[in-house]
Each structure stands twice: as structure tokens, then as C-alpha cells.
Design a binder for this molecule. Structure first.
Ligand SMILES: Nc1ncnc2c1ncn2[C@@H]1O[C@H](COP(=O)(O)OP(=O)(O)OP(=O)(O)O)[C@@H](O)[C@H]1O
Ligand SMILES: [Mg+2]
Length: 265
């Protein structure tokens, strides 16, 4: 398992739990079933503004399902999800309102293959947020600069490497000015030499104070960036701790076994 995260995030950028503002995300008593299969079990999770959380755990433990519930890509059957003070309901307007606050980056980039990089970054801005095209393009170029790919703006995704495509996907999410970013294994489909360029962008984001929930097994990134590491197994949060404690003194046997497997090679 690679541990290629770059320079540490400086002190002073740790989360501020401003008492006058609600937590960025508050999940309580969350339960979800796929048919008879109980995929998420009694999940409680509070994420403060500016906090950076890494979620890890074995395949099938419910990590993707959990973060996809936060922007209602998956619906849940029991419990509450509150994003920036807004309660998730089945109301389409409310779901849209919450999604405006939440950016998501997927393992397989999910770029539109028939649109250029620039168009990929503009389409939600113009269609969903109704920004004028010129303004959308200026914003897109600003974020493409930030992920150091502005020179590729007129190419199509198929003409880019995996690492470049993932950086475009991050820029596209940032164009919508989210308050929180969800990452679902953003580097696991990449060749090793491209992992670092994506992690570097994520470290930058963390440094700028973005609230982040990252499903990843990049333990170097977790050590460098995370305020808390969460370990999930069989639909439950088994353990959560700051990285130094999580890696040096995991409490549960299941966490120890998992760490020995992923750090052991
Ligand atoms: N749409 C679905 N219908 C039925 N079962 C599903 C569905 N999506 C996921 N599951 C099951 O729910 C469980 C959790 O899936 P999930 O994708 O959240 O796991 P994960 O921890 O993200 O795994 P991985 O590390 O492999 O990505 C798995 O057993 C999976 O097979
Ligand atoms: Mg997953």
C-alpha cells in the first residue's frame, strides 16, 4: 500500500468548532438496508467545519454507501443526516440544496467523455447554478490552474492520463464552491506514479481548510492530513481516533488485523 502523501499540513489549520455554527455534517442513528441486507448499522458521525476525516475498512464494509448517503446518492431508511444545518429529507428541493454544499469525487472520475475538460467543468455551473457561460469558464480556468491542468482545458478526458482526469474531476467539483468534499477512493484506480499528483491536490485542499471526508487506503495521506481516521467493518464504525493513536494503538482486534493486512505489504 502506498504512503506517498506530501508535506504535512501545518498546525493552525485544524478544525475550528465555532460554537455559533452547526457542525458541517451530523449523522445520527443512521441505518440502511439493501433489501434484507443491513448495510449501515447505527452510524453516528459528527464532522466539524474544516475537519478532515479518512474512512477505511475492508471491501464491502459500507464506506461508499455511507458517504453516498450524505448527498443522497443513496437513500437511508432510519436516522438523521444534517448537512450545514439542513436536514436531509426526501424533498427534491432540499436534496438539491444539500448537494450544492457537497462536492464528490469518484474512483472512476465520472467525467463526460464527449465534453472537453473545460466543458466538463462548466456544465453543472451553467445548467444547475445558471451561471453565465463566460463566468463559468473563468471559474473553471481558475480551478484548472489550481490543479495544474489548465493547459489541457481543450482536450477530451480520453486524451488525458488517469491522474490528470482525476484532477479535472476535483476541479469540476470545486467549481461549484462546495463547503465539503467527499472522496471515494480517488486514487485506487490510478497507476502508482499518478497517485501522488492527486494526493498533492488533496493535501492542498486540506491546507486551505476544506472540510473533507475521504474513503481511502492511502495511509500516508491519512497520517499527514487526517484529523480523525475512522475504521468501518460490516456496516459499523468500529473505531475512530486521531491518526497517531489509530496507527500506534488501535483498540479493536478487527482494526489491528486490517492494519496489519494493508500496512504489511
Ligand atoms: N445497490 C446495491 N444493492 C445491493 N447491495 C449493495 C448495493 N451497493 C452495495 N451493496 C452491498 O453493500 C455492501 C457495502 O457496499 P459498499 O460499496 O458501501 O462497500 P465499500 O466499503 O465501499 O467496499 P469497497 O472497498 O469494495 O468499495 C457490500 O456488501 C455490497 O455488496
Ligand atoms: Mg467503496
Amino acid at each position: 500500500m502506498s504512503s506517498q502523501a506530501a508535506t504535512p499540513v501545518p498546525e493552525g489549520t485544524s478544525p475550528t468548532s465555532a460554537s455559533d455554527q452547526p457542525a458541517m455534517i451530523e449523522i445520527s442513528g443512521l441505518n440502511k438496508w439493501y433489501g434484507d441486507f443491513h448495510v449501515l448499522r447505527d452510524i453516528d458521525l459528527k464532522v466539524e467545519r474544516g475537519e478532515r476525516i479518512v474512512i477505511c475498512g475492508p471491501s464491502g464494509s459500507g464506506k461508499s454507501t455511507l458517504i453516498r448517503c450524505i448527498n443522497h446518492l443513496e437513500e437511508h431508511q432510519q436516522g438523521d443526516i444534517v448537512v450545514d444545518g439542513m436536514h436531509m429529507t426526501e424533498d427534491v428541493k432540499r436534496i438539491e440544496q444539500i448537494r450544492r454544499h457537497v462536492g464528490m469525487v469518484f474512483q472512476h472520475f465520472n467525467l463526460f467523455p464527449h465534453l472537453s475538460v473545460l466543458e466538463n467543468c462548466c456544465i453543472a455551473q451553467t445548467w444547475v447554478q445558471r451561471r453565465p457561460l463566460r463566468e463559468a469558464e473563468a471559474t473553471a480556468m481558475e480551478y484548472l490552474e489550481r490543479v495544474q491542468i489548465a493547459d489541457q482545458a481543450h482536450k477530451y478526458p480520453g486524451q488525458l492520463s488517469g491522474g490528470q482526469q482525476q484532477r479535472v474531476a476535483i476541479a469540476r467539483a470545486l467549481c461549484l464552491k462546495p463547503e465539503v468534499m467527499l472522496f471515494d477512493e480517488p486514487t485506487s484506480a490510478l497507476d502508482p506514479e499518478m497517485i501522488k499528483e492527486v494526493l498533492d491536490v488533496m493535501v492542498e485542499l486540506a491546507r486551505d481548510g476544506m472540510t473533507m471526508l475521504c474513503v481511502t487506503h492511502e495511509m500516508g495521506f491519512a497520517r499527514t492530513v487526517a484529523d480523525r481516521v475512522i475504521f468501518m467493518d460490516q456496516g459499523q464504525i468500529i473505531e475512530e481516533a486521531p491518526p497517531e493513536t489509530f496507527f500506534s494503538a488501535p483498540r479493536s482486534e478487527r482494526t489491528r488485523l486490517f492494519l496489519s493486512q494493508i500496512l504489511g505489504h
